[in-house]
Structures are given as structure tokens and as C-alpha cells.
Design a binder for this molecule. Structure first.
Ligand code: UDP
Length: 352
């Protein structure tokens, strides 16, 4: 298996699940938002060798080299940019990486006859829900550049498969992935101030931040705060293994939501996290964050019908594992990501 973005938050957890299912893995990552130390920890948890290639998914030559050197039966494609607010300020980077990266990957797959693709998509493709729960047939009206890059990449994959029918794909639309591997060795380690709720709460709990800003207390929800379908990253990882197994046993493409089918409010998450970590999470209700939805949760029945998969972990498990990761690694992974420019500088310094 080739796993692009294999050292990122979701990609690394999927590598563990794939290794446990007995697959050989090549992880490819440009380390733009991941740390090399993930690799050693992955190998330690997975108990088997995981090859690593440091490359950008937009680098067609690097992909060709991977495909030439070893047999790759399928690609799981995670490499991409994922911050909604950043995508508004930097649309070109988002289209380049998320759409351009998928295009380069598809071209290399076509050239080397790699016929199976599992794509990391997002419920962001739906935009504001017209009805809940969100089913896969809900219209696609993403409200930001990030969501549009995911929708376009989905369309690109489907168009390629129409022209090259041997290509079979799974489009997996994630709801809100949270939590961490139960070992506490790998987890979510965002750069700078976290945008997402779980890492922010975890950093408050561990003392790195004073208090949580709750973005909006006047939504039309049970307690006025936003409601989301949080899914444990290990459940999400198991969903990928199930999707791959389905593509192997029944070569037909499909699109499914991966969520639990139930939503929790921000304050429910805060209360549960407090209980699990035994510390107070101070918070303040602030203005709504621009572009946020009131609520979103999945209809997760298609995934169960098609893949025999359903989420096993609840909110308490998600908080417990996020807390274990954060408390064992209060500052995240030991080193910061190294930019490509920095690597070049270091190499030239070593040479001189
Ligand atoms: N949220 C919050 N404070 C934060 C981060 C998030 O109140 O510091 C809220 C946000 O308004 C939303 C929920 O938590 O209701 C989940 O936000 P997140 O950014 O994790 O996911 P997304 O909005 O992309 O679904």
C-alpha cells in the first residue's frame, strides 16, 4: 500500500491499522505538517517495517519511482492541506496541493497501472446541511475553498475512473476525527494555536493554554453551542481497512460517510473531557466564528451496509485517548516540522 500523507494525524493512525491487517506499507510525506519522529513510533506500535519516502505528492517523479521500485496494489491518499480558515487566505496553495496533488497521483497511478484508490475526503463537501443527518446524496455545496478542493478532487477521481474503468475508488467523507492511538505514542499535534476543538481543549487541560474560547453560545442547539459528529481516529482507521477490503472483494467504486451518526455540543465535549482528565477546563463563550455551522452529523448507515463497519468508540473514549496522548506528550512530538527550504540549507551546510 502507498499511503500519501502517511505521517500526518489521520494517515499515521491508518498506517497502524493497515499494518495490523497485514499490509506492507510505504508512507510518503513531505513533512510540511508532520514530524519525522512519527515514523519510529509508528514502527514501534505496528511491530513491522514501514518504508518511508520523503516527497511531495505533487512530485510525479518521486511517485513514479515508488511505483517502479515495488508492487503497489492500492493508494490511500491523505496528503493535503486541511485548515478551512487558511484556505480562504491561501486558495492557490490549497488548489495546488489538494487538487494538483490528486491529479499528479492519478497520472502516476494510470502510468503504472495502480488500480485502487482510497481518498480522504470530508463532510465539508456538503456545506450547510439542508437536512440532518447528512446522507451521501445530500447536495455538494462547500462553503469555503478547502471544501471545494475536496469536492473537485472527488470529481477528478470519478472522471478518471469513467475514462479508465479499471480504476476503482472509495471516497471517504470524514466527519470530525479526534482522539489518538490508545498507546498515547501518536496523536494530533497541530502547529501553532490549534483551530480545532479537541487539540485546543487538550492543550488547556495540560496547562499550555489558559482557557478555551467557545465560538458561539447562541446557536439553535440544545445548549447554544455548535454540534459535531466526532469520530475516534482509530474507528476512522478501521473504516479505511474495511473500505480497502471492500474494493478488493467487490471491485466497485463507492462514496461513504465515516461518522458515528450522533452529534455532541462543545459544552458536552468540555464536560466529558473534564471528567476524564480530572481537571477543570476554563472556558469563555465568545462571538460565533465566521463560517461555522450550527450543527452537523452523519447518516452512517451506508458505511455499515456497504462495509460492515460502524464506529465502536464513544465520546468518553475519544476524550480519554486524546488526553493520554496530550498528557504523555505535553509539547507534542519532540521536534518541529522541517521545511524543505530548511532541509536544503542544512544539506548545503553539511556539504561545505
Ligand atoms: N470550537 C470552539 N472553540 C475552539 C475550536 C472549536 O468553540 O477553539 C467549536 C466550533 O465552533 C465547532 C466545534 O467546536 O462548533 C468543532 O470545531 P472544529 O474546528 O474542531 O471542527 P469544524 O468546525 O471544522 O467542524
Amino acid at each position: 500500500m502507498l499511503v500519501t500523507g502517511g505521517l500526518g494525524f489521520v494517515g499515521s493512525h491508518v498506517c497502524v491499522a493497515l499494518a495490523e491487517a497485514g499490509y506492507d506499507i510505504v508512507a510518503l510525506d513531505n513533512l510540511a505538517n508532520a514530524r519525522l519522529s512519527v515514523l519510529a513510533r509508528l514502527r514501534e506500535i505496528a511491530g513491522r517495517r514501514i518504508s518511508f519516502v520523503r516527497a511531495d505528492v505533487r512530485d510525479g517523479r518521486a511517485l513514479a519511482q515508488v511505483f517502479r521500485r515495488r508492487p503497489v496494489a492500492a493508494v490511500l491518499h491523505f496528503a493535503g492541506l486541511k485548515a478551512v480558515h487558511e484556505s480562504v487566505a491561501q486558495p492557490l496553495e490549497y488548489y495546488d496541493t489538494n487538487v494538483g496533488g490528486t491529479l499528479t497521483l492519478l497520472r502516476a497511478m494510470r502510468q503504472h497501472d495502480v488500480r485502487r484508490l482510497v481518498f480522504s475526503s470530508s463532510c465539508t463537501v456538503y456545506g450547510a446541511p439542508e437536512s440532518l443527518p447528512l446522507t451521501e446524496t445530500h447536495p455538494l455545496r462547500p462553503a469555503n475553498p478547502y471544501g471545494r478542493t475536496k469536492m473537485i478532487a472527488e470529481g477528478l477521481i470519478a472522471d478518471c475512473a469513467a475514462a479508465w474503468p479499471e480504476l476503482k475508488y472509495a471516497l471517504l467523507r470524514y466527519f470530525n476525527p479526534v482522539g489518538a492511538h490508545p498507546s498515547g505514542r501518536i496523536g494530533e499535534d497541530p502547529l501553532g494555536v490549534p483551530n480545532n476543538l479537541f487539540p485546543y481543549i487538550a492543550q488547556v487541560a495540560v496547562g499550555r493554554r489558559a482557557k478555551l474560547n467557545v465560538w458561539g453560545g447562541d446557536y439553535d442547539t440544545q445548549d447554544g453551542t455548535g454540534v459535531r459528529d466526532y469520530i475516534h481516529v482509530m474507528d476512522l482507521a478501521a473504516g479505511h481497512v474495511a473500505a480497502l477490503a471492500r474494493l478488493e472483494s467487490q471491485p466497485e467504486s463507492f462514496t461513504v460517510n465515516l461518522g458515528t451518526g450522533r452529534g455532541y455540543s462543545v459544552l458536552e465535549v468540555v464536560k466529558t473531557f473534564e471528567r476524564v482528565c480530572g481537571r477543570p477546563i476554563p472556558y469563555e463563550i465568545r462571538e460565533r466564528r465566521a463560517g461555522d455551522l450550527a450543527q452537523s452529523w452523519a447518516d452512517a448507515t451506508l458505511a455499515e451496509r456497504l462495509l460492515g463497519w460502524r464506529a465502536r468508540y464513544g465520546l468518553e473514549d475519544m476524550c480519554r485517548d486524546a488526553w493520554r496522548w496530550q498528557s504523555l506528550n505535553p509539547d507534542g512530538y519532540p521536534e518541529r516540522p522541517v521545511s524543505a527550504a530548511e532541509t536544503r540549507r542544512r544539506r548545503s551546510r553539511r556539504r561545505s
